[in-house]
Design a protein around this ligand. Structure first.
Ligand code: CDP
Length: 131
């Protein structure tokens, strides 16, 4: 069986990148991630990303580009990441998170990212710096 895909968004707004601190499950609580979740049957990765960001943060977003690569999570799951533009709304930690933070250029290392998110975060921060 192929791996289940989890999608996450490097959400940009006004030159900053959104980081979200997980509140659950206990083994991930307190660590920071790019927000997202599992792709449901029949959804594209982009569709799942837009839905997850709406559910978790209450915002509308537009996926821009896939960050090349795929990162293993727990057995049977892989992570894929897109950059995305905030279209409307103010992100709020509605589900899964207890804090959100906008990181400006040079602030990419100021939160404790989940290990599996780090390569995509590094690329997202590079793209942010390139403007
Ligand atoms: O919301 P949903 O149940 O669809 O998914 P989730 O619980 O947010 O994420 C599914 C799994 O992917 C969890 O084990 C997360 O820890 C992991 N994940 C991750 O490692 N990095 C992300 N940026 C997003 C999710």
């Amino acid at each position: 069986m192929s791996d289940r895909v989890v999608v996450a968004g490097a959400v940009y707004d006004r030159g900053r990148l959104l980081a979200a601190r997980r509140s659950a499950p206990p083994e991930l609580a307190g660590r920071w991630e790019l927000p997202g979740g599992k792709v449901e049957p029949g959804e594209s990765g982009e569709q799942a990303l837009v839905r997850e960001l709406r559910e978790e943060l209450g915002v509308e977003t537009e996926p821009l580009e896939r960050i090349p690569g795929e990162w293993p999570l727990k057995p049977g799951y892989v992570l894929r990441v897109w950059t995305a533009r905030l279209v409307s709304g103010v992100p709020a930690p509605l589900q899964d998170h207890d804090e959100l933070r906008w990181l400006g250029p040079g602030e990419g290392d100021t939160v404790d990212w989940l290990e599996q998110d780090r390569p995509a975060v590094a690329e997202a921060v590079r793209r942010l710096a390139d403007g």
